[in-house]
Design a binder for this molecule. Structure first.
Ligand SMILES: [Zn+2]
Length: 301
């Protein structure tokens, strides 16, 4: 693990996360539709290679390849019983790529279902599922956790509590995915920015953010400003804001979502997000090592 703890490091200013994983795996020959999380076992060298590409591009931290590695999401591939093995392997690969210099965040994504009464998830079982994932990531050597792309407050809260129950002293990042809704922003489940922030603050997470969604880069800048002012209004200065925008708004091409924003245009928008008061920045869908390299070039010059 790096000498400066992650908690100390993020106080020192600009901190770059990585970009998208899935598209980078496909670019290295992985078939579309495969369980990306199982690649940590099946093809660890490819996952390692993606992490290294981001670190070489300038990322200070990489996220483990475990977005869909909770038991619920793995069950869709018949791999629920492999959850522990997959998460521990993923953390070890990222640790090996990051070495003693760079940081590793254990990535925790949504279950893909909803809690009762909307869906079939039971709160207790849901918490145990996320705790299982967090424990396995911890065993593999992560420096902190990121609970991301959440759209429902109840599921996000359970995931954060589960992480805290196994790794209370490690840093936790949490983020929700917003879409533009009229003059405002809402998650798919109707959560607005203020509710998201007050919930995340009350749960004691260290960094609060937004990622993914279907917004344009200009809207991400607006969302960043909204986040920063909402947090300032709460007077919780120890809470840091982070942003992981997509490479613009997805466009449908032959039924597939494509992201067309160039590394240069992405870096220009990220520079405005940074100026709005966001010091921790990475990329979500459609971003590549070239996007992160452009961001590092722009923000570190
Ligand atoms: Zn995304």
């Amino acid at each position: 693990m790096p000498r400066i703890s992650l908690k100390e490091r993020i106080k020192q200013g600009l901190f770059l996360l990585d970009g998208a994983m899935g598209t980078e795996l496909i670019a290295r020959g992985v078939e579309v539709g495969k369980c990306n999380d199982y690649l940590n076992i099946e093809l660890p060298d490819i996952v390692f290679d993606v992490h290294r590409a981001y670190l070489d591009a300038g990322s200070d931290a990489v996220l483990t390849n475990t977005f869909g590695a909770n038991r619920y999401a793995l069950a869709r591939h018949g791999l629920a019983e492999k959850a522990v093995q997959i998460n521990t392997a993923a953390a070890q690969i990222a640790r090996r790529a990051g070495g003693q210099e760079k940081y590793v965040l254990g990535d925790i994504g949504p279950s893909g279902d909803f809690l009762r009464p909307l869906g079939d998830l039971e709160p207790k079982e849901c918490k145990e599922t996320y705790a299982e994932q967090a424990m396995a990531l911890l065993a593999g050597g992560v420096d902190g956790f990121i609970v991301e792309t959440m759209t429902a407050l109840d599921e996000m809260a359970i995931a954060i509590e589960a992480v805290k129950s196994v790794a209370g002293d490690l840093l936790i990042f949490a983020s929700m995915a917003f879409d533009k809704a009229g003059d405002d922003f809402k998650t798919m489940m109707g959560v607005d920015v203020e509710s998201a922030i007050s919930k995340m603050v009350s749960l004691g997470v260290d960094a609060i953010g937004f990622n993914c969604g279907t917004t344009t880069l200009d809207e991400y800048i607006e969302l960043a400003e909204k986040y920063v002012s909402a947090i300032r209004a709460l007077k919780k200065t120890r809470v840091t804001v982070f942003a992981e925008p997509n490479a613009g708004k997805p466009e449908l091409l032959e039924g597939k979502a494509v992201y067309k924003v160039s590394p240069g245009d992405f870096a220009a928008a990220v520079n405005k997000i940074h100026s709005a008061g966001v010091n921790i920045i990475g990329g979500c869908c459609g971003t590549t090592p070239a996007h992160i390299e452009a961001v590092a070039g722009k923000l570190r010059s």
